[in-house]
Structure formats: C-alpha cells, structure tokens
Design a protein around this ligand. Sequence first.
Ligand SMILES: Nc1ncnc2c1ncn2[C@@H]1O[C@H](COP(=O)(O)OP(=O)(O)OP(=O)(O)O)[C@@H](O)[C@H]1O
Length: 747
Amino acid sequence: MGREEGYIEFGGTVESLVYQNAESSYTVIRLAKADGEKVVVVGFLPAAAPGEELQVGGRWMNHPSYGEQFKAERVNRSLPTQAAGILSYLSSGIIRGVGPVTAERIVGRFGTDTFRVLEERPEELSSIRGITAKKAGEIAESFRYQTGMRRLIEWIGQSGLPLSAAPKLYRRYGTTAMERLRENPYLLTDEYYGVTFAAADRLALGMGWPGDAPERVEAAVRFELTHNLNNGHVFLPYGKLAAATEQLIGIDAERVEEAIVSLTEREEAVTEEIAGETACYLPGLYEAETYVAERILKMAGNGFSASRKTETLIASVEEAQGIQYAPEQRRAVQKAMECRVMLLTGGPGTGKTTCVRGIVALFDKMGLKTALTAPTGRAAKRMGELCGTEAQTIHRLLGTEYDSGTGDLRFTRNERDPLDADAVIVDETSMVDLLLMRALLGAMGENARLILVGDPDQLPSVGAGDLFSDLIRSRQVETVYLTEIFRQARESAIVMNAHAVNRGEMPNLREKSGDFFFLSRPEPERVVETILELCRTRLPEKMGIDPGQIQVLTPTKRHETGTAALNRKLQAALNPAKPGRKEKIFGEYLFREGDRVMQIKNNYDIIWRKSDGSGMGTGIFNGDVGRIEGIDPRSETVTVLFDDRYAEYSGDMLGELEPAFAITVHKSQGSEYRAVIFAAMNHSPLLMSRGVLYTAITRARELLILVGDERAIARMTANNRQRKRYSGLRARLCMEGPPQSGSDHNN
Ligand SMILES: Nc1ncnc2c1ncn2[C@@H]1O[C@H](COP(=O)(O)OP(=O)(O)OP(=O)(O)O)[C@@H](O)[C@H]1O
C-alpha cells in the first residue's frame, strides 16, 4: 500500500476512551505520546482500553469543531508492560468481572506478570480474595477473548486490510479467526467482510500462496458467481464462468475446471443442465429456484372448485365498492377465489388496485385472513392506504433477525414458524427477487393462497432473477391481464403516455396542458439549468409543489445530467451552505443538514425511533429516502428522518447513504412522487431503454416533466431490448419431472 502525502506514524499510551460505537468499533481515544503530548486519535479500535500501548499510522485531519485529530489507518497494539499501565488497563472494565478494586488486588499480587497469569495460569487468580474458581475461569475467558480480538486487529492492520473486517471475523470464528485466516486467507473473499477479492488475493500471494492454489481458484469462481448476482443472474453458464475466472486471476482453463468440479463435489456450487445451458449456481440460489418452481407448480395444480356462491359474493363486493367490475376485473376476482396462486398484471390505470380491494373484501367475507405486502416501504404504504387496511414490507412481514454466529440475515417466519395468513397478496411483484420469493413461499402455510400483482413492464428486480416475468411467461400459473384503461385514468396524460411508450409509440410531447410536459433542451447545461429552475422556483411558486415532493430522475450516475453532477448542483440550489447548517464529508460526498438522502443497501439492524416517540424498531432498506435532520460533529453521527422515523448513522455507516435530490430510475422503482422531473439525454445504449423511460413516467402521481432531447426519448421508446438474465425458473416451471440434460431453452 502506498504511503501518500501526509502519512505518519507514532506511538503512545491510551489515556482515555472518548467514544466507542459498540457495533462498528469506531473509536475516539485520547493518546499520550511518548514525549508527553496528548492527542486525539480516531479509527477502528475494537475493545480499546486505557493503558494499552499503540503504534498508529495515518494522517492529521482538521475537524470543523474539534480541530486537529489523527485518523488512524493502521494500528499496532500491545498490552502495557509496566504495572501502572496494567492496572489502568484492567481497571477500565474491559475484562468482564474485573473492576478497579479487583484489578488492584490482581496487579498487587502478580505485578508485571499479570497478563501471563491471566493467559496461562488463570487458576492462580482464585488465591485472591473475592475471586472464586468459577470467577477466575470467567475472567480468563474474557481476557482470552480480548487478547484474541486485539491480535486479530493487529494482524489485519499489518496486512493492509480494512480494520472493519476484524469484528466480523471475530464474530464468525471467535478466537480461532487468525488460525483460520492463516490456513486460508481466501476466506476473506466472502462479501460479508467487505474485503475486495483483489485485497484478499494480494494478502494471500504475499503470504506465499501459489498462483494456482486450489483455494485461490475456488475463491475466484465463488467471487465471480456472487458478483454476478449483482447483475441479476441466478446462475452463470459454465463457459462464461470459466472465462471470467480465467481472466480474473490469469489461470488456465484446466485449473478452473478442477475448481468448479471440487466446489460442486463439496456442494458449494451446483452445476446442472437447464434452459439450454450448463448452469453453475451458488447453492442458495439453486435451492431457491428449485423450491420456488416446485411450490408454485404444486399450488398451481391444486385450485378450488368454483362455488355457486361466487356470483352473489362478487355482486355484494361490487355494491360495497360502489362500482361495477369490467369483465376482466370480474375474472380476476373470480380466479382469486378459485386459484391457490394467481398473477394479476396490467399497466397504470387498468384497475389493479381496485381488484385487490375487491379481493381483500371477498376473502374477508370468506373468513380468510389476508396479509397485504410489497417489496418496498413506499409501495407497502401506498397499498395499505389504497386498500384501507394494513400492508407491510415483505421483510417486516417475515420478520428479520441476525444470526450472531454467521452474521447472516434470517427470517423469523419460515417453514417452522409459518405466517398466520390464509392468503398473501403481493403488490409491485416485478421488484421481488428470487431469494425473497423463496423466503415468502417458505413462510406460507401449505394451504395458503398467493396473489402476485404487478406490472411486468417495469424494470426487473435489483436482486437475482426475473421472477415475475418468468412466472408469467411460463404459462403455468393462472394469469389475469388487465388491459382496459379506466375513464379517470384516461384523462391523465401520464397514464396515456406510459401506455404509448409501452407499446413502442412516442409519447405526445406537444401537449402544453395537463400533467405531462416536455421541455426541449438539447444541450446538457440547459437541461441542468432548467431542472434547477423548476425545483427552486417554478414548481413551488407556480404550482404549489414543495421541493421535497419533487423527485429528479435520470438514467445514469455519470455525465453532466447524471446523479452525481445533478446532486451537487441541486444541493447548492436547494440546501446551500449556511452558518449553523452542519456538514460532514464522507468519501466523495458532502452531507449537509437538510439534505435529501437515500439508503442504498438493506440494513436490517439499524435502529429507528418514531418521531412522535411512540416506538422504535430496526431496519432501513435500499431505496428509502429521508432528510438529514442533524449532524453531531462530536460523535460523528448523522441523524436522518425517514418519513416518521429517525435513524442514526455512525461515521463508518455513511457509505450506506447517498444524496437523493436526483436518483437513477433504477433506484426509484416501487416509489411514487407527486412530481417527477426526468432528465432525458443520450447515454450509453444499455440505459437508453423503453423500460427505463416507462418506469420513470409511471413514478409520477400528479406531474411529469421531461427535460432534454427529443431524440433521446425516441431512442428509449424504440429500444425494447432487455439485458438477458440467466435464470432457470421458467424452464423448471415448464418441464415435468426432474431436470434433464439440455431439456429446455429459455427465451
Ligand atoms: N370497474 C371500474 N369502474 C369504474 N372505475 C374504475 C373501475 N376500476 C377501476 N376504476 C378507476 O380507474 C382508476 C384506476 O384504477 P386503479 O387505481 O385500481 O388502477 P391501477 O392499475 O392500480 O393503477 P396504478 O397502477 O396506476 O395505481 C381509478 O380511478 C379507479 O377508481
């Protein structure tokens, strides 16, 4: 690792602990340097305690409120060697069961030999007044734990790896962590540790591991498989996986083949002929795909017979709703009574929600307990409001908890403890990925019904698979397509233009009234200028739309009209720097109080509190948008208000937040906004797709403004090509009996 400008090292003794975040181990300490100078050091220092001797390497930073602080990038830690230091270390409370009085007795008896006694001859502790044999054992155990953790951190720091990996390794492997890493440093390539493949590989090669070590090749194969989940693939064809691995670590095909074979033999990968490919899966995804296929087929083949009461029931629900169903809606409601699993699809304004309301009422009359759910918080909230009953996110419905041993997320509702629901209705199903559907089906009782509602023309889920489309295209599940656009909806140009785009026709860009506008700005600088003006003055002043209700969307992160550039400009325009408005720099972003921000990954254990003090809970999810309410420079925490929930981010968690004045269309999936402004400019062909334009348009509730180049809109409308996702679900649903070699072709 290079030692860039400003990097220095020095040593000292920990004088006191100013702050420590229990979860992330982000720590602020006061350090007494050898020359007597006292300095403030910040960094990852799990279980730091007074008396400890540190050798730190890093840089001086100037903190806006606290002045100079030393940010430690590397830390060498050693236990104190002098009796006074040992006493202050033990008195700090770091060892469970040892307070200042006991510490004094122990150090009084064993002096500089104390640590050796704690580690090697803990039974001698019981000769001290107040320490029973049992307590001596506990003290030794706690000491061993602390020492192990410290050694691990030291080793991680010396290896140039991020120190934040240490608590995670310790959580998973305890005192054996270092041993395990020495045996196989490629353990670190597990995504959980946040260590890049390249860093782990560098470490291993530096330790003398040969380039063709099976552990290395296997880790590279696993990395490629995992990495490709992020592109939505459920499996990778053998040829592609082998080629990618060969390229990643510069190794020949034979070694890669051996690695795939041994991973398969050890059941750490699954290889199977499906959808015309030799498909390589990670075991979890293989299990999910086969489970979903099996469960869905079983449900699809196990409906209920039509009842004579159906007509009367539907009529009573129509009366209660005060409408008359269109024929296809009637069919949907009827099929919901007869099928164990059903798909309900349609574009905007085709009456999906109206049907769902009817189905809920009907199930109610039939005495069925129904759970309404959606993949995002926003979608669930909207579903609940429109249906007049409680709806929750799938994650909340299934209950999440961390396995403290493995650090993995678990759902508390599963086969052993299924949901107490006779029917589950999912909205925005196009956003549900394969693993989430696996979890949901696993938590549904044998006899429960499932209704999946959505618009398959929206962009597919972020996670792996093309679940909703695969289910529809398999034709193995009863599907009701709603196509009629209702009168009220027909009055909306947003709805009509969305349907036009979906058919591959240009939206009407000439209309100068209504809820859909096009402002022609062929140059990017003018696009930006216009967007700023719309957000700052035109929409708030002329249409009474608060900037907080406007969402700027763009297909891309980069370029002049991408999220990065737009966010900087929108921040300066809508939430400029002001005395008293605190700021914090993190990576490439400057966060400021009042900023609109988005959570960019699922965080299941971040704690939130209701703003009215009525309760608390955990979990802020990918795509949730909030506002920075406070920045505390002392603790380096940032408080964000998400709707009515406050969540606090410690310094190291800020990587989970991004500015959100402007967001990509992909990130906007499942959300709706009062007003949407879409920057329509030419970008890379992958982003210029009909799905992106269609999704952007359908995010707007009252007002949509396209700002940009008409040619870009034409290009997007015409481009119906979708990126292929490797998934075997459709093939599995279509075949009978166990998979056979080359049995089916997807697409
Ligand atoms: N059978 C019906 N008769 C009259 N109006 C209807 C009927 N069904 C739906 N509508 C009306 O059509 C409009 C669109 O319906 P709804 O909100 O159910 O559609 P949707 O498919 O859920 O739309 P979106 O996806 O845009 O939310 C609503 O104003 C609704 O009241």
